[in-house]
Design a protein. Structure first.
Lengths: 230, 230
DNA sequence: CGGGAGATTGACTGATCTCAACCCGGGTGG
DNA sequence: CCACCCGGGTTGAGATCAGTCAATCTCCCG
């Protein structure tokens, strides 16, 4: 555990948005108290919670979604190592408007609200980096709005697969490095599970994709791009 | 014109996110060169443009939207006096991902990118305020994603009317302070013009809303909230 | 082996889109 | 002064995409 903390510390200072700080400035961060591990299936925070800060993902994958009417939910994004979650509510001070759920074993570093706000004021480069993260997310959200409003399910499913590839990559056999349930793919594309399944089967019939275990294999990236109108 | 600039300057320093600065710090801002007026119907910037900074709206209403396939477009928001537009691309340095269009006579103050970036670094309170704006927009975008994906057109139309009321207010007769074309209401709700018209007529039949000239009158706010599932 | 979660398929339904016709009011040129 | 035109707004009919419900299947696990 001691070593783990050592590593996390060096990770923070070298590879994350905290690289803008010196060792001294970072002493504000009582890391030991705010290093959390959670099991697969654990809800990290819930829509409506007041959260005490934001989380930097040190290891694992987190599903971020909003719950809707009767059991349906809309997935906004999958966050992975190096990403931060919960920072929107941390900044605005509002309740969380999403739920974060650990898809696998996940380690998190909690950065408390007071610390964040203080660091923003004291370090412009850090503030700018946070702004860039927020603005990038905003751009992606805007894209998603247009896509859900205007594209067909078929197009959206193709697009989702491309996005997963961009976010998580593929191995040498073009197999996605992430395994999702059909329901999750559906809720990412904003459709029902059955409809998503039908579209996936169709893409498989056409040879554009394949299934290897629980994972999707991308046979024809170009065609997928075309189908997704991208 | 001299007086107009005088007013704009005092507006900036007292009522906007620039209130965090002193008169001296603000001398960076060569206001005279960056005060723009544009007529109704003018495109302020286009999707794909590189923009030189963001715009603070001093007077008028601006439609912000993304264009999609064959003539359809998705309206993301209407920005009005005191709002800023184009700041996402200003921060990320990417091309604009939306188009901004003046719905009426509009006056803008351009804040150049270099100035913004400098001010962010020098003034934490300003950076934090920008962050809050970005995060608020992000929260709204997330809501919109879920709504378009899960709500029916009827629900969305009701919601759009409520949002317009919140954003622009009503006069003493409960008439919205903004007049939109049917097409605009449709593209705000993410549906076709004809469908939007049908839903609006239905709401009128039910007595929940009425039409006065080009404007919508809200007869029954409560029911509208209920219909919109809010 | 039984149970349960997730995946798949079929059949049906219905909300929404599209196309096309028509209306209405304002502005304009002859 | 009037016929025409044009940008919206409205309505109808038909086509279709996608959601729902229900049955079945396939693993995987205890």
């Amino acid at each position: 555990m001691e070593e783990e903390l050592e590593n996390a510390w060096s990770y923070l200072l070298n590879d994350t948005l905290f690289r803008h700080f010196t060792n001294e400035e970072m002493l504000e961060l009582p890391l030991k108290d705010y290093f959390l591990s959670c099991n697969k299936g654990k809800v990290i925070y819930n829509e409506g919670d007041y959260i005490s800060g934001f989380y930097l993902i040190y290891r694992g994958v987190v599903k971020v979604y909003k719950t809707g009417i009767d059991g349906k939910y809309q997935i906004l994004r999958f966050a992975k190592e190096g990403d931060i979650i919960g920072f929107r509510s941390t900044i605005t001070g509002e309740k969380a408007c999403t739920t974060a759920y650990a898809l696998e074993e996940t380690d998190l570093i909690l950065i408390r609200k007071e610390v964040v706000l203080k660091l923003i004021k004291s370090n412009g480069a850090f503030a700018l980096e946070l702004l860039k993260i927020a603005c990038t997310e905003l751009g992606e959200a805007n894209d998603l709005i247009k896509d859900i409003a205007q594209k067909t399910v078929r197009e959206r499913i193709a697009e989702v697969i491309i996005h997963l590839k961009l976010g998580f990559g593929t191995d040498k056999n073009h197999i996605l490095n992430i395994a999702l349930k059909r329901e999750e793919i559906a809720n990412l594309a904003g459709t029902s599970t059955e409809t998503a399944i039908r579209q996936l089967s169709e893409l498989k019939q056409e040879g554009v994709i394949g299934f290897v275990g629980k994972k999707i294999k991308i046979n024809d990236h170009e065609t997928l791009l075309k189908i997704g109108n991208m």
